[in-house]
Structure formats: C-alpha cells, structure tokens
Design a protein around this ligand. Structure first.
Ligand code: AHG
Ligand code: MN
Ligand code: MN
Length: 318
C-alpha cells in the first residue's frame, strides 16, 4: 500500500527536501480542515461573518479558519517565501530565505458549506524569491493539487509527472487510490451554471445549445473541486465563462489559485484547460486576484471549444 508519506519518500530524489517537507505540511493542513468541516455545525462554525474579503464576498468562519490552517502550514515550512490566498488582499512574506510561494484557495465552494455539499482546498507551488515572481504563467508551477472534502476526503496532486489521488482512511492516513490518472479524451457531459445563460459569449452559448441537442448530460455542483474530481474520474468539461456584459471582469474564477492549479493537473492527466483559444497555463498574470474565464476537461471536447474561439476571432470584423 502506497501512502502519501511513502509517495513523498519516493520523490526525495527529484524534489528538494524543503519542498517535500512543504507537501507533507500541506497534506496535514487538508487533514485538519477536513476534521474541522466534519463537525462544523456542532462547533458553531456555520453561517457567515460580517467581513467582506478582497473578492467582495462575505467571509464564512470556515473560510477564515481554513485560511489560518493553510498559513500555519506555510509558516511551518522553511522553504516557503510567500503565501498568497484568495482570502487575503496581498501576499504574505513567510521566510526571507524561502524558495517557493504557496498560492491557495483555502476553501473552494464556500456557498456549499451550510448545505453539506463537497468543498475543497486548492493549492499551487511556484518558485519565488521575490514578490515579482508571483505573477508567472501557470507553466512555472512545480506542484498543483486540491483536496475534496466530500463523502470521502481525497487529495489530487501532480508534481509535474502524472496525477496521483489519495484517499484519507479512518486513521488519518492518505492512501493512494489512483496513480497516473488520465481524463478520458471524449465526453458527453458538461458542467456550467445554466442560470447565467444570458451572460455567456456566443461560443459558449452555441456549444451548450449543440451539446443539449446532442443529448449531453449536465452536472453543476457549485464547488469547482467537486466538478473537477468527477471529471478526473469519468471525464467531462467544466465551463465558467466571462460575463459578456462585463468583458473585462474575466468571469468569477481566479487565475492564480483556481485556474492555474486546475490547469496543471488537467494537462498532467491528458486533458486540456483554456482561456478562449489559448492554454490557461500560458496566460500572463497581471494581478494576484485576476479573474479569467475557465474551461477545462476532456481534451477532444475542450479543443473543439478552443477551435470555435479561434474561428470566432477570425470572423471578427477587422
Ligand atoms: P469560492 O467558494 O472559493 O469563491 O469558489 C466558488 C467558485 C467555484 O468553486 C464554483 O464552481 C463557482 O464558484 C460557483 O459559482 P456560482 O455560484 O456562480 O455557480
Ligand atoms: Mn474557489
Ligand atoms: Mn474560496
């Protein structure tokens, strides 16, 4: 049986000790968050605070607690130079001689917390010795992963070579349950918030219409990690488009701690992840909390959508 600890031991040849220690601390943080979530309504951690974060969203006690747990993991890791969080306005300097920045969404899918639906933690590790290093493309990521806190707690991670999945057992050990995961290249299932139909661009609107006409199925959880976990498991395509009425808004999802880590994971599993007709990992970030439209999943399907964006560009009046 391979555990996350024995998996980390196997990486000691390729990843430096500081990074291996950091990954162990991140895994511990997800265990702590998982434990906290399991009894949150019994410990008065439900509901919302009156604090609005940099996203303009009201923070939930578990957003703050998960953020603190992830920050503690960064501080306990000598290799960490900066921490960047969805819940914090700007980067947090951690260790002056650290080599890696940890960029994370401590609790993804917060709107699902009080209705007992799967949520998660998303993380990305990039080489960084100064703040300027934080705005690199997603291709600079060394590690990307997410924990999904659902009926099972699962950790999905890539260090660049393939995607491994670990499931938390009742002793608190992450046991490897899948290795070198591949996303099936074709699918007949899409994930999108259909209530926002009026804000979709023409490419997405046409794609969804054609998919429905072709008998595709739809699933939308409201937690990207839950939709992503399903896509790693049985294929599919996830879409969160920009709002056509607010083109500069970029959409809802954030590039650095949602789009990029998911993009590295999906590509490592043979899938594709795009922003319009370019790879999400090739988008040059301009701000820590920059939002982008996000489409990822089964490669053939996503490339079909990318092709439609390219064709739409060509058709645009000069
Ligand atoms: P977060 O809770 O970290 O803000 O992320 C929620 C995101 C993503 O997880 C999910 O797919 C999407 O928001 C749901 O958006 P809608 O509520 O607009 O459907
Ligand atoms: Mn999120
Ligand atoms: Mn979040």
């Amino acid at each position: 049986m391979t555990t996350f600890e024995t998996y980390l031991d196997s990486l000691k040849g390729t990843l430096d000790d500081g990074l291996v220690a950091l990954l162990g601390n991140i895994a511990d943080a997800t265990r702590r968050i998982s434990d906290t979530l399991r009894t949150s309504s019994l410990s008065g951690l439900s509901g919302a605070t009156d604090v609005v974060n940099v996203q303009g969203e009201t923070q939930k006690p578990l957003d703050i607690l998960s953020n603190d747990i992830m920050l503690d993991a960064c501080k306990a890791s000598a290799a960490v130079s900066f921490a960047v969080s969805e819940e914090l306005d700007s980067e947090v300097p951690v260790h002056a001689d650290g080599k890696y920045a940890v960029i994370f969404d401590p609790l993804d899918g917060s709107s699902n917390l009080d209705v007992n639906v799967t949520v998660g933690t998303i993380f990305s590790v990039v080489p960084a010795t100064s703040s300027a290093d934080l705005l690199q493309t997603g291709r600079s990521q060394i590690v990307a992963g997410f924990a999904a806190y659902g009926p099972q707690t699962c950790l999905v991670i890539t260090t660049g070579k393939g995607v491994q999945i670990f499931t938390l057992d009742d002793s608190g050990t992450y046991v490897m349950t899948a290795s070198d995961v591949k996303i099936v290249p074709e699918t007949k299932e899409f994930a999108i918030n259909a209530a926002r139909r009026a804000s979709w661009d023409d490419v997405v609107a046409r794609y969804i219409e054609q998919s429905i006409d072709a008998g595709y199925n739809m699933r939308w959880v409201g937690s990207m990690v839950a939709d992503a976990y399903r896509i790693f498991n049985r294929g599919g395509v996830f879409l969160y488009p920009a709002d056509r009425h607010k083109p500069t808004s970029g959409g809802r999802l954030r590039l650095l701690y949602e789009g990029n880590p998911m993009g590295l994971l999906v590509e490592a599993a043979g899938g594709a992840a795009i922003v319009g007709d370019i790879g999400i990992l090739d988008v040059k970030p301009t701000a820590l909390h920059q939002r982008v439209p996000v489409i990822f999943g089964s490669r053939v399907e996503v490339n079909k959508i990318a092709g439609a964006y390219t064709a739409a560009k060509v058709a645009e009046p000069a």
